[in-house]
Design a binder for this molecule. Structure first.
Ligand code: DX5
Ligand code: ZN
Length: 227
């Protein structure tokens, strides 16, 4: 029997209190693997969130690795700055980039893992052959732009297709899901083959965010093993 890989739980600070970001991040230290940072530019998505200066300041406040999710136009211009700021993983959207492989190379050269994000209405097939250039594939399980939306289970078909491709090609790649991940949805995502889970509302909307992370992890682990 093969040992399942450790799963990643990444609370999204989009659902945290922005006036107390350092404390909110520290509240999940020791429980979460990464902190997910949603950068939105009011162009690629209608919403506007935080950018590089916040990431730089927050980077100095905690040891926990940052998983930066760029929902922005022109990622080639902006993404390497997040790698330089010490992000562990920098993910940009396929829909916003005309040469994803070149940008992945730049991110790796800048010392970060490279992630490719696929939004709700984008098929996965055209991107499968690019996956050897990436460390993370983020499959949206909502339409990117806002927290607190309802999970869309049919998008797990993309997770299944990606998992099959990754297994067949023996690729080393995380398959991350983002949007509506909570206690009642994480098991189906894990069963579909996701091994990294972003959760905003389900963690920061809970009375005890660290406990919420632990609960999500145990649900995902059991479902992933049964997979
Ligand atoms: C939305 C963001 C998500 C968001 C998830 O576009 O990419 O990371 O924070 O929030 P929940 O977990 O509340 O759906
Ligand atoms: Zn996100």
């Amino acid at each position: 029997m093969t040992v399942p890989p450790p799963l990643i739980i990444a609370p999204s600070i989009l659902a945290a209190n922005f006036a107390r970001l350092a404390e909110e991040v520290r509240a999940v230290e020791g429980a979460a693997d990464w902190v997910h940072v949603d950068v939105m530019d009011n162009h690629f998505v209608p919403n506007l969130s935080i950018g590089l200066p916040v990431v730089q300041s927050l980077r100095a406040a905690t040891e926990i690795p940052f998983d930066v999710h760029l929902m922005i136009n022109d990622p080639h211009r902006w993404a390497p700055g997040y790698a330089d700021a010490g992000a562990h993983n920098v993910t940009f959207h396929a829909e916003a980039c005309d040469d994803p492989v070149a940008l992945a190379k730049d991110l790796r050269a800048a010392g970060a893992k490279a992630g490719l994000a696929i939004d709700r209405d984008t098929p996965i097939e055209p991107y499968l052959d690019l996956l050897p250039s990436f460390d993370t594939l983020l499959i949206m399980t909502i339409k990117a732009g806002f927290g607190g939306q309802r999970f869309l289970p049919h998008l797990l078909d993309k997770v299944r297709a990606a998992r099959q491709h990754v297994s067949a090609g023996h690729l080393e790649l995380r398959i991350e899901v983002d949007g509506g991940i909570a206690a009642d949805t994480i098991e189906q995502a894990a069963q579909a083959g996701a091994d990294a889970f972003v959760a905003g509302t389900a963690v920061y909307g809970a009375d005890d965010p660290a406990e919420a992370v632990r609960k999500l992890r145990s649900l995902a682990q059991r479902a992933y093993r049964e997979n």
